[in-house]
Design a protein around this ligand. Structure first.
Ligand code: XUL
Ligand code: CO
Length: 434
């Protein structure tokens, strides 16, 4: 155990009556929910970037955290950071983690040095993973922080940056494959624009479509069996982001022939930024068989930007898992905490408590979702509401045409009768479970 987490013992499930803040109160990995262990439903992942690479800065001030691996410009300290990360994985016992290349290795003066640093750390991870149960949920490339990416990665007006993006993603896919990763994620960090005065939107979308096809071609070439996922987000850092929301991404994937190859990594906070609820995004994806994985981090509802906080709202989380369970649950995906501490939360204990709380909230949400599904109240209400469509006449109508339908309405055979949508009754129903 590194000195960073030295006094913190592995977190155990102690049940809802325990007052120990360093225990799980609702997350019992072995509890069976709808025939499956809770750990296998939720498939929690720790995000290396927020938990270990983010230093506590905000637009008004720099670093607040002081960690033994700071400054993050040295390979020795990258190892110290990895030691601390794996210590935390041992303490939490969550099954997965995720990284960007830039989180785990220092940037070198050129591509080849950065790659050497990256490969050394990947080998170090491999050693650590060999003696543990922890697995990689997904890897990804950070193509938004360094100034070279300021005008985008694959959508950059400069073909040299497109080339740099392709080379970078190749190395991150190789590393993900080497570590047995279950998915590879592409979030379009700066794939968008600030002003159309300097942007050829159609050309940029074509480049992004070709780039993603190259990613898929490479996946098959190396025999990577995991899923390729894109992560929608409507704005920030670019004013307009191309991967706005689930529906926009699905349209984009269809246009470039990728709908059978790429799925979505949906994030709660991004859904809210897009003016949706999280369950809207999940239902949009599951309706199209496009749900891959989720980032379960919320935003502050008052500040209107991407605050990346740990979840703390059971009813919201319950509705998200309701739609996930209803669609059959995760396949390769899981629940990633793409969440960071508040900048005043300086201590090692804060980092552990944040994850413990997030895991407990998700466990409560999952259990509530499972109870609602098992009870079947919402499904019965849905089938009642759409029962008219089960009649032979209604089915025939869908195969007819406007003239035939017109004739039927004109002859007086059709008499619409408004019925209550029962929204409050249904909200009260949900309230019984959360
Ligand atoms: C940014 C965001 C990213 C992606 C991975 O808002 O969510 O951290 O999840 O690049
Ligand atoms: Co995310």
């Amino acid at each position: 155990m590194t000195s960073f987490f030295k006094d913190i013992a592995p977190i155990k499930f102690e049940g809802p009556d325990s007052t120990n803040p360093m225990a799980f109160h609702h997350y019992d990995p072995d509890e069976i929910v709808m025939g499956k262990r809770m750990e296998d439903h939720l498939r929690f992942a720790v995000a290396y970037w927020h938990s270990f690479a983010w230093e506590g800065g905000d637009p008004f001030g720099g670093q607040t955290f002081e960690r033994p691996w700071h400054p993050q410009d040295d390979m020795g300290r990258a190892r110290v950071k990895a030691d601390a990360a794996f210590d935390m994985f041992d303490i939490l016992g969550q099954p997965y983690f995720c990284w960007h290349d830039a989180d785990i290795r220092p940037e070198g003066p050129d591509f080849a040095t950065s790659l050497r640093n990256f490969e050394e750390i990947i080998a170090y991870f491999q050693e650590k993973m060999a003696t543990r149960k922890i697995r990689l949920l997904w890897g990804t490339a950070n193509m938004f922080s360094h100034r070279r990416w300021m005008s985008g990665a694959s959508t950059n007006p400069d073909p040299d940056v497109f080339a740099y993006s392709a080379a970078t993603v190749k190395t991150c896919m190789d590393a993900t494959h080497k570590l047995g990763g279950e998915n590879y994620v592409l979030w379009g960090g700066r794939e968008g624009y600030e002003t159309l005065l300097n942007t050829d939107l159609g050309r940029e979308l074509d480049h992004m479509g070709r780039f993603l096809n190259m990613v898929v071609e490479y996946k098959h070439k190396i025999g990577f069996k995991g899923a390729i996922l894109v992560e929608p987000k409507p704005q920030e850092p670019s004013k307009h982001q191309y991967d706005y929301d689930a529906a926009t991404c699905i349209g984009f994937l269809r246009k470039y022939g990728l709908e059978d190859e790429v799925k979505l990594n949906l994030e709660q906070g991004h859904a809210i930024l897009a003016g949706h609820s999280f369950e809207h995004e999940i239902a949009t994806a599951t309706a199209e068989g496009m749900l891959g994985s989720i980032d379960m981090n919320r935003n502050d509802y008052q500040s209107g930007w991407d605050t990346d906080q740990f979840p703390n709202n059971v009813p919201e989380v319950a509705l998200a898992y309701y739609h996930i369970l209803k669609s059959g649950g995760f396949a390769t995906g899981g629940t990633n905490f793409d969440a960071k501490l508040r900048r005043q939360s300086l201590d090692a204990e804060d980092l552990i408590a944040a994850h413990v709380g997030g895991m407990d909230i998700c466990a409560r949400g999952l259990k509530a979702a499972a109870a609602m599904l098992e009870d079947g109240g919402l499904e019965t209400a849905l089938s009642d509401r759409y029962a008219g469509w089960d009649t032979a006449d209604a089915k025939t109508m869908l195969d007819s045409d406007l003239d035939t339908i017109f004739a039927s309405v004109l002859s007086g055979n059709v008499a619409p009768e408004p019925r209550s949508g029962r929204q409050e009754m249904l909200e009260n129903y949900v309230n019984r479970f959360v």
